[in-house]
Each structure stands twice: as C-alpha cells, then as structure tokens.
Design a protein around this ligand. Structure first.
Ligand SMILES: [Zn+2]
Length: 237
C-alpha cells in the first residue's frame, strides 16, 4: 500500500472509532467518560493519519525514512536492524501494544514536552505521506516537512492538553490500521511476530496503485469528513 492510502485509512479508522466506540475505550488505559471535544477529534484525525505510517519505520528505503532527513534515515536503519527487517517486528500486534503503552508512559513520566514532540513527529509523517511536501529525500523535501509540521505543532500546542487521554489509543489505532492495510497485500504481515505465521488476505495487487490514488484515497478522505461531521453534530452539545 502507498503512504497516502495508509494515512487516509488511519484518519478513517479514527473518525469511525469516534463515531462508534465509547469514550472509555478511546481513552484506554486512562478510561475517561463523557465525550471527546470537537477540537480533539480534529487533532486526532491528523495524528492518527501520521501514526498509520509508524510501522514502516523498519524500511530504510521507504518514503518515511527521509521524512526528517538524515536523522530519520539513520533511525529507520537502526529500527530495521533491531526488528529483523521490513515487515517483521514493527508489523505485529506486539508493536501496536508497544506504541500504545509507550505513548501513555511518555505522557505520564515525561509530560507535555513528550506530547508536543510526538505531535510534531506524527504531523511530519502525515505531511510526508499525504504528499504536502515535494517528493524525494533532499533538503527541499524534508525542509518543507519540518516547516509545515512546526506550524501545525504551534496550532496543536494551543489546543492540546498536557496528557491527552485519547492519544495512546490514537497512536495504537493508526499502527493497527497500517497492519490491516498491509495484510490486504500479497506479502501480508507477521501479526504474531516473533512467531513466523504470516497473515494475508491479498485483495490489493501491485497494479492497484492508480486505484488507490484515484479511488481509495478520495473515498477514505470523504468518509472521514462525513464521520467527523456526524460525530461533532450529534454527540456534541
Ligand atoms: Zn508496512
């Protein structure tokens, strides 16, 4: 699957979860009750879109590897080495659990600085995947990503709480949406890594790139907007 398909599937998963799931589940493990504010819903949409790229941090030659220039490239090479190669450790349910609890732990033990840094990174991933910056791995590309992500982070800094209870769920859900997408391709994923079982329901093939760009991505984006609209107008006072 392409980066923009992953990003829009993450956004769609978030808006569908917000429309259908109880808040206690979306704020796991803090488990708050009540309703989620409209501004949190919108921030969560962009952040889940970015989180849906996280599993490909094991791919030193992927688009995401160059999102923040050499810094992210070397980080990806390291993750590739540790996780055993592309579509191994980071494409497992264990990884989903790890990023969910990692986000929760970072919020609680480090606090606001962690929250803001994570938002910057997730926004950068979303900007890169949604092709809002020039393509390639040069400074023109990652420089634009850094500028746009910084602007977005300033906006988020204005609205977000120190420890948003929904952020761990948002990160985990994004990663899970990525795994589901990859399971629909021929290569599948090793969801139960380190076990060697491969899960795959190959309905997307390589020739599907045009279908993804022209049909799947616009459809996911429209469905996301519709679900957000529904949730904000029916659940909010
Ligand atoms: Zn992947």
């Amino acid at each position: 699957m392409l980066g923009h398909s992953h990003a829009t599937s993450g956004a769609l998963a978030w808006s569908a979860a917000a429309a259908a799931l109880p808040l206690t589940l979306m704020t796991y493990p803090a488990m708050q009750s009540g309703s989620i504010a409209a501004v949190d819903l919108v921030m969560g949409t962009f952040l889940t879109a970015g989180a849906a790229l996280l599993p490909d941090a094991d791919h030193p030659k992927g688009t995401i590897s160059h999102v923040l220039g050499p810094v992210s490239h070397y980080a990806c090479r390291l993750i590739n080495m540790i996780s055993g190669g592309h579509r191994h450790g980071t494409h497992s349910l264990l990884f989903v659990a790890l990023v969910t609890y990692g986000t929760w732990a970072g919020e609680h033990w480090i606090g606001r600085n962690f929250t803001i840094a994570l938002c910057f990174f997730l926004l950068a991933l979303a900007i890169k995947a949604l092709n809002l910056a020039p393509s390639g791995d040069g400074i023109k590309s990652w420089g634009t990503v850094v500028i746009l992500a910084t602007a977005g982070t300033f906006a988020i800094d204005h609205w977000i709480s120190d420890k948003p209870a929904w952020l761990p769920f948002c990160v985990g859900l994004g990663a899970l949406a990525h795994l589901i997408g990859d399971c629909l391709t021929d290569r599948g994923c090793r969801l139960l890594w380190p076990l060697k079982v491969r899960t795959r329901f190959p309905i997307i093939d390589r020739t599907g790139n045009k279908v993804e760009t022209l049909i799947v991505v616009p459809l996911f984006a429209l469905a996301t907007l519709a679900l957000l609209w529904y949730t904000i107008t029916t659940h909010q006072p």
